[in-house]
Design a protein around this ligand. Structure first.
Ligand code: ASP
Length: 313
């Protein structure tokens, strides 16, 4: 019998294919329970600490919504400015306080590896909601869930990642989940923003295959197109960002020239890399993707807290 083995969710690398399948199956259950009004109550009496030290709309609100939909409560701190970290407190000490006040914590932080420090400091479960240019594992799980919901099967898909593959943490995490499947990736980015070598090297051990290109036309062969924002806030040299920020702009015409049923994903927010004229096409799945995030996060909160998700009839 399979038991979910993770207390913390820190890096997509921690998941086996069995874990991924289990999370997808439980999310399907959760989605039905939520619709039937049976999810409310699963986390009654539990408190989530929502610690967002970097900008966020979807991730923070979807975690908080997830907790509320399970009848749990949320306490939060947003930005360094209003937390004692601005007075010089260490993340370790902050986490010790969080542990005293809550049952589970979700943390977003600009420094890569910070969620690991947070997780090591406390006994309560800690979920990484994005650490610098590092990882964003819950986004990757909702991306997987969306791809399965839209396409049914992962094996056999050609997936195009477009944009900032160097600093884009959602891609860093999603690639770690996709590596178990027979998918072919088109890594489409300017040379300066190619995927980091360590991620590419890791893929060599798995069934996944990939090719790199700067040519946007590679998207025409893809079943799924995953567009990303150039990560302005991560560039050490702003001039470099200015040079690259307009590299790609995916628009309606380009989607119509692609495979007819290609699915367009974006972790959002978008700036100008994905035109709003795509929104009305049936291919545009990014708003559904954001919505699925709530079900995935409801599921993960329960799993990390060891709370059983009842079977949905
Ligand atoms: N919302 C995603 C993240 O936090 C994508 C982005 O910011 O571009 O990584």
């Amino acid at each position: 019998m399979y038991t979910f083995p993770h207390k913390n969710i820190l890096d997509a690398d921690q998941f086996t294919q069995e874990d991924i399948n289990y999370i997808i199956e439980k999310t399907n259950q959760m989605r039905i329970l939520e619709k039937q009004g049976r999810a409310f109550g699963l986390l009654r009496g539990k408190i989530l600490a929502s610690l967002f030290f970097e900008a966020s709309t979807r991730t923070r609100l979807s975690f908080e919504s997830a907790m509320e939909r399970l009848a749990g409560r949320v306490i939060s701190t947003v930005g360094f400015q209003f937390s004692s970290i601005s007075k010089g407190e260490t993340l370790f000490d902050t986490m010790k306080m969080v542990e005293a006040y809550s049952d589970i914590a979700v943390i977003r932080h600009p420094i890569e590896g910070s969620s690991r420090i947070a997780g090591a400091a406390v006994k309560i479960p800690v979920i990484n909601a994005g650490d610098g240019a590092g990882q964003h594992p819950t986004q990757a799980l909702l991306d997987m869930y969306t791809i399965i919901s839209e396409k049914k099967e992962i094996d056999g898909l050609t997936i195009g990642f477009i944009g900032d593959l160097k600093y884009g943490r959602t891609i860093h995490s999603l690639i770690k989940l996709l590596r178990y499947y027979k998918v072919h990736l088109h890594l489409i980015s300017p040379k300066e923003l190619y995927l980091i070598d360590s991620y590419k090297k890791d893929l060599e051990k798995y069934p996944i295959t990939y090719e790199e290109t700067g040519d946007i036309k590679a998207m025409w062969e893809c079943d799924v197109i995953y567009v990303t924002r150039i990560q302005e806030e991560r560039f050490p040299d702003y001039k470099e960002y200015e040079k690259l920020k307009e590299t790609y702009k995916v628009n309606k015409e380009m989607i119509l020239a692609s495979k007819k049923d290609t699915t367009v994903l974006h972790p959002l927010p978008r700036v100008n890399e994905l035109s709003t004229d795509v929104d009305d096409l049936p291919n545009a799945a990014y708003f559904r993707q954001a919505k699925y995030g709530v079900f995935v996060r409801m599921t993960l909160l329960c799993l990390c807290l060891g709370v059983e998700i009842p079977k949905a009839e």
